[in-house]
Ligand binder design. Structure first.
Ligand code: NDP
Length: 510
């Protein structure tokens, strides 16, 4: 059974409707979470949220406007300026976050089901991501009591030390590709460091983030410390970024949006951290286990249907093993199950929307016009299970060049360009020859080569003989136009704090 809050009803008992997941498609409505209460948008407006596997509406969600954003910021401001949360001991906030993590785990299946219905993400991925969200709360609950300042020997008689203090009111704006995970990546470290937070999920995928509001109260987060507003980025998101009551913006999304946000934030020097787009390389040297590299590269680009900022969408393959790699990669792609996201066996679901699917299809046609060879896939799927959903078959382009638009622009879909190379230095120049610098992989059995190349690739994260490079415990973020700052790991605690230096004068007496 799935319990979902309903809008505009007076008490908790009335707020919940139960229905059977198996029967599934009941429409739900959702309010904004402000000052510990569920409230409709002041205009009463809502917007529809879809299930991309069948292109049917599954929920109506409150459409926040400027006045709602103002209410949320005021609530957060009050909670930060006057409330107990920032003054609590780190260990007390840690206890609340541990409870929060337990509650996420207790509700894991409900949240994962909501996520898969809303994003089109395979249910096994959603379960993993919600579990990782819970672990993120645990990690930061544990980390905060190991996060401390320094004592500094200064040039005057006295005692000098630093402490980390919360930024204040944090606006966390997240995208639609990993809605629950991204929300946790930002909310957990922001809360544990003593900030008050306003979370704005993407309009395509707001449902899983709203669970955080439900669980916050039960975990013991004081009213106003976590607020959640849903509504368009161009209005509600922009109002949040421009609001003078916000001290810090943490954003994940497109590079163009990050650029707009940074400009707006510059007006009053808000703190900004940005996790933006990518066009990541997958470098395969001839001395690697090519078959293994090919098999393990498939989900490195097609995972989440390619809607992944880390998608290794440019494969640079040494000429002598080019054909071997392409054949093994296509063979493995053929075996990958595309299907209903609610099926445990599914590995690739639909794209988040018909719009996104059509954008990707447009890029596939562009690649053909640019002269790359479409060696596999790329067609829109319309039969049987796929009839009503935004499904597309993953595509492989061979004989692509790095200069093509399909190699330079973030397609954000399941498209791989395989580019041959013979010279290592020239390959590295091409790898670094985009505006992005987020992620990547390289495959070799030569340790010196791995170290040499890893040092030269201009990206924030890199996997050697692995398609993984994102861990809750390790810093994640981009070089160049892939972003500013780092999420995850201990670095994220720096994202949400200011360093204060205190000097205590001990007098002139020797
Ligand atoms: P967008 O930039 O379109 O949107 C991200 C969020 O910003 C959404 O909540 C959106 O709201 C909001 N938003 C849009 N415009 C504004 C604005 N002017 N002011 C404030 N908020 C705004 O990205 P997508 O949702 O399309 O996500 C895909 C992008 O995210 C890809 O480019 C991908 O590379 C990037 N990404 C980066 C990651 C990283 O860590 N580097 C990780 C995951 C994704 P609304 O939905 O209502 O428009």
């Amino acid at each position: 059974m799935l319990s979902i809050y309903l809008a505009g009803v007076p008490n908790e008992k009335d707020c919940t409707v139960d229905f059977e997941i198996e029967k599934g498609m009941a429409m739900t409505t959702h309010d904004l979470f402000i000052q510990g209460k569920w409230v409709p948008a002041q205009t009463g407006e809502t917007f529809e949220v879809m299930n991309p596997a069948v292109t049917e509406p599954i929920a109506q969600v409150a459409k926040a406007g400027e006045r709602d954003v103002d209410d949320a910021v005021r609530a957060a401001r009050k909670a930060f300026d006057e409330g107990p949360w920032p003054k609590m001991l780190a260990s007390q906030r840690a206890s609340v976050l541990f409870r929060f993590a337990n509650l996420i785990r207790e509700n894991l299946e409900e949240i994962a089901q909501a996520e898969s219905r809303n994003v089109g993400k395979p249910i096994s991925d959603s379960r993993d991501e919600v579990g990782a969200g819970a672990y993120c709360f645990e990690y930061y609950a544990g980390a905060i009591t190991k996060f401390f300042g320094e004592t500094i020997p200064v040039s005057k008689q006295g005692f000098d030390y630093t402490i980390h203090v919360p930024c204040g009111v944090v606006a966390a704006i997240v995208p639609w590709n990993f809605p629950f995970a991204m929300a946790c990546w930002k909310v957990a470290p922001a809360l544990v460091t003593g900030n008050a937070v306003i979370l704005k999920p993407a309009s395509y995928t707001p449902l899983s983030a709203l669970f955080l509001g439900r669980l916050a109260q039960e975990a013991g987060i004081p009213d106003g410390v976590l607020n959640i507003i849903t509504g368009p980025g161009s209005t509600a998101g922009n109002a949040l970024v421009a609001h003078p009551g916000v001290d810090k913006i943490t954003f994940t999304g497109e590079t163009a949006t990050g650029c707009t946000i940074m400009k707006t934030a510059a007006e009053d020097i808000k703190r900004v951290s940005l996790e933006l787009g990518g066009k990541s390389p997958n470098i395969v040297f001839a001395d690697a286990d090519v078959e293994h590299a090919a098999r393990n590269s498939v989900m490195g680009v097609y995972g989440n249907c390619g809607q992944d900022c880390c998608a290794r969408s440019r494969a640079f393959v040494e000429q002598s093993v080019y054909d071997e790699f392409v054949d093994a990669f296509i063979d493995q792609t053929r075996k990958t199950l595309i299907g209903d996201p609610m099926d445990d066996a599914t590995q690739i679901g639909p794209m988040v929307s018909m719009h996104q699917r059509d954008t990707v299809r447009g890029y596939i046609e562009l690649g053909q016009k640019e002269g790359a060879t479409l060696a596999y896939g790329g067609e829109i799927l319309t039969d049987g299970t796929y009839a009503k959903g935004s499904y597309i078959r993953p595509a492989v382009f061979t004989q692509a060049t790095n200069a093509m638009r399909i190699s330079q622009e973030e397609i954000f879909g399941p498209v791989l360009n395989v580019i041959p190379f013979t010279d290592e230095d020239e390959m590295i120049r091409q790898v670094n020859g985009t505006k992005y610098g987020l992620s990547g992989s390289l495959w070799t059995n030569d340790l010196s080569k791995a170290l040499r190349v890893a040092n030269q690739v201009r990206s924030g994260v890199l996997g050697v003989n692995s398609s993984s490079s994102v861990f809750i415990e390790a810093p994640f973020g981009g070089f160049k136009q892939s972003g500013i700052g780092r999420d995850l790991g201990m670095n994220s605690l720096l994202n949400f704090t200011e360093v204060k230096n205190v000097f205590i004068f001990l007098g002139d007496k020797k």
